[in-house]
Ligand binder design. Structure first.
Ligand code: ADP
Ligand code: MG
Length: 595
């Protein structure tokens, strides 16, 4: 547990100085606050003896100076505490972000994206809050407790035992309340995670929700989650709300007892002497004076307050431990895919070899997503991959750009195992147009420049031509400056796919992978894209995953995947003659009118 906290605390870094000076100011504040009641009681005693108000001026100055000192310490302490905690949170968020950026797909699968978001926001906030509290109170409260207790004994003698007796009482009340509240708070955090996940999913999938007219259902689901959350919160808050009255009652009881005992003591031991001149009585106290009693009561309250603060810090800490644990979990995660030590910095050509490759997404999974893949692709070839959904097509191509590492076997690109390459070099040379493609908000040009930041307009237009969308771009008055909305929402599916292909071409990759990325493009345009890829970029290896046989029939080799395994490899003519699956798919597609 301490190891976890230490790990997270490493992010304090340059803000450490603030975390150290805050308690110093808090000590100043606490020292003065403890000395003040004592000085006040001396002051009250002096009042009885002075002849003129002028004699009291030094007292005023001392008391005002002490008060100002305490206030200044308090303000500075609070300010440095926020510097420290905000800086800590900033660093922690940055550290988390950097870590997540280094994650492979496997790491992200492990956490789920939405949980990573919660960890970087809510959990960091919790850590920040408890950090601020700790630097402010962790030294101050125990010091207050010790100072006040000592001073209580100094002023009140044995009377101070009353407070000592009250300490466990308060502690017990607090911990019982905190224990109940904490259990509920833990549950609340879990529900929060679930709610975040569902909000994220819904907002991301808003179009689908709307198109299936599922708003009502989703609304209901959300409001159930939300009202469960609020019920739990109310329950927890109700318990927490008991805290103040319970504390107040205890304090008042202690007050009453002190007053009663003190009153008795004063009454029994004081003696009155008549002043013969004025005839007035003058009191002398033996064991306890009235001014001492009032100081004693103040110390009593300070002791109880200190206990309350300590308990509060402990509760906050325990509550945020869960958050801290979740943050540390992310920081502790080792990126499963890392750069090798002496990486190969150049991909010479676009040849690919799969050498008995098997892969499963999770170590504990029973089933391999792909198994015993074994084939060779020559540089510049056009390869088609076909197979039903879930047969492992996307998995196969993800292994080429090392989005995942193979479980057994090797993937070689240009003669080297992909694990030997510098990751950036490899991924620059292998361009993948994903099934779920993505455009960023900006302009057509800014999106194209994701492929190559220095691409000239000619190069961009060239790529756009190969991807067969010049008509679309020319149609817009702004041309390349035409706006792209978030997620490319203002383009049709087919247009988006073609823009993504153009973007990938701009990377000038050695290997271009199209993962079902012409599915929304009509058959004729699809053929035009393939022809221009073949003719204009002959040295680039092209791997095309497709549902339609027409998209891959002129490939040099076609790989038929079935259930994660290679069912057959061959040309269109060979497969049509010899492979049952291929034949069947071909027939079904031609009968439906060349779908
Ligand atoms: P295809 O692209 O041919 O439709 P995939 O390669 O996407 O198929 O999937 C192959 C198998 O791997 C499927 O059984 C799928 O459920 C599983 N799979 C795909 N992605 C993941 C993932 N991120 N985590 C766990 N299993 C996955
Ligand atoms: Mg797929």
């Amino acid at each position: 547990m301490f190891e976890t906290i230490r790990k997270v605390l490493k992010s304090v870094r340059e803000y450490k100085i603030f975390a150290i000076i805050t308690p110093l100011f808090m000590i100043g504040e606490a020292a003065v606050e403890c000395a003040l009641p004592f000085v006040m009681s001396l002051f009250v005693d002096t009042i009885e003896e002075v002849q003129s108000i002028g004699e009291l001026v030094p007292w005023f100055i001392i008391i005002i100076a002490m008060t100002i000192f305490s206030i200044v310490c308090g303000i500075l302490g609070g300010r440095f505490a926020s510097f420290a905690s905000c800086g800590f949170a900033k660093n922690l968020r940055n550290d988390l972000y950097k870590k997540v950026e280094s994650f492979s797909f496997e790491n992200i699968d492990h956490f789920h994206a939405s949980s990573l978001v919660t960890r970087m926001t809510t959990d960091v906030n919790n850590a920040q809050m408890s950090f601020a509290m700790v630097v402010r109170i962790v030294i101050r409260a125990p010091l207050m407790l010790i100072f006040s207790a000592v001073m209580a004994f100094v002023t009140g003698g044995n009377m101070a035992w009353i407070f000592v007796a009250a300490i466990p009482a308060i502690g017990i009340i607090f911990f019982i309340i905190a224990k109940f509240a904490m259990d509920i708070f833990r549950r609340v955090f879990k529900r929060y995670d679930a709610m975040n996940e569902s909000v994220q999913e819904n907002v991301a999938g808003m179009r689908v929700v709307k198109s299936f007219v599922r708003e009502g259902y989703e609304d209901e689901k959300f409001s159930t989650t939300s009202s469960n959350l609020s019920k739990d919160f109310i329950k927890a808050e109700k318990i927490v709300a008991l805290m103040t009255p319970a504390m107040n009652t205890t304090i008042h009881v202690v007050y009453l007892i002190t007053m009663f005992v003190a009153g008795e003591l004063i009454f029994n031991t004081a003696s009155a002497v008549m002043d013969p001149e004025s005839g007035a009585y003058k009191y002398t106290f033996q064991d306890l004076s009235v001014s001492q009693m009032s100081a004693l009561l103040t110390y009593g309250i300070q002791i109880l307050m200190a206990i309350m603060m300590i308990s509060m810090v402990v509760t906050t800490l325990i509550l945020s431990l869960e958050s801290i644990r979740r943050i540390a979990e992310v920081l502790d995660e080792e990126p499963t895919i890392q750069n090798p030590e002496n990486p190969v910095m150049e991909v010479a050509d676009g040849s690919v070899i799969f050498d008995h490759v098997s892969f499963k997404y999770k170590k504990e999974a029973e089933r391999f997503a792909v198994s015993d893949l074994d084939f060779t692709i020559k540089s510049g070839e056009f390869i088609g991959i076909i197979g039903s959904t879930g047969s492992g097509k996307s998995t196969l191509v993800n292994l080429i750009s090392r989005l995942y590492d193979t479980t057994t076997g090797h993937v070689l690109v240009s003669g080297h195992d992909v694990k030997e390459y510098d990751l950036k070099t490899l991924r620059d040379s292998v361009a993948v147009v994903l099934q779920k493609n993505f455009l960023f908000s900006g302009t057509v040009r800014s999106n194209m420049q994701w492929g190559d930041p220095d691409a000239s307009d000619e190069e961009i237009l060239r790529a756009i031509e190969i991807a067969q969308i010049p008509d679309v771009i020319h149609h817009y008055a702004e041309g390349l400056d035409h706006a792209v909305e978030q997620g490319g929402a203002n383009f049709s599916g087919g247009q988006k796919q073609r823009l993504c292909i153009a973007r990938a071409i701009l990377k000038k990759p050695k290997i271009l992978i199209l993962d079902d990325s012409t599915s929304a493009v009509d058959t004729k345009t699809d053929r035009l894209i393939r022809n221009s890829l073949k003719n204009d970029l002959p040295s680039m290896t092209k791997i095309v995953i497709a549902q339609r046989i027409s998209s891959i029939e002129d490939a040099d080799q076609i790989i038929v995947l079935d259930n994660g395994q290679i069912n057959a490899i061959g040309t269109h003519e060979q497969l049509l003659k010899t492979n049952e699956i291929y034949h069947e798919v071909y027939q079904s597609q031609t009968q439906k009118g060349g779908n």
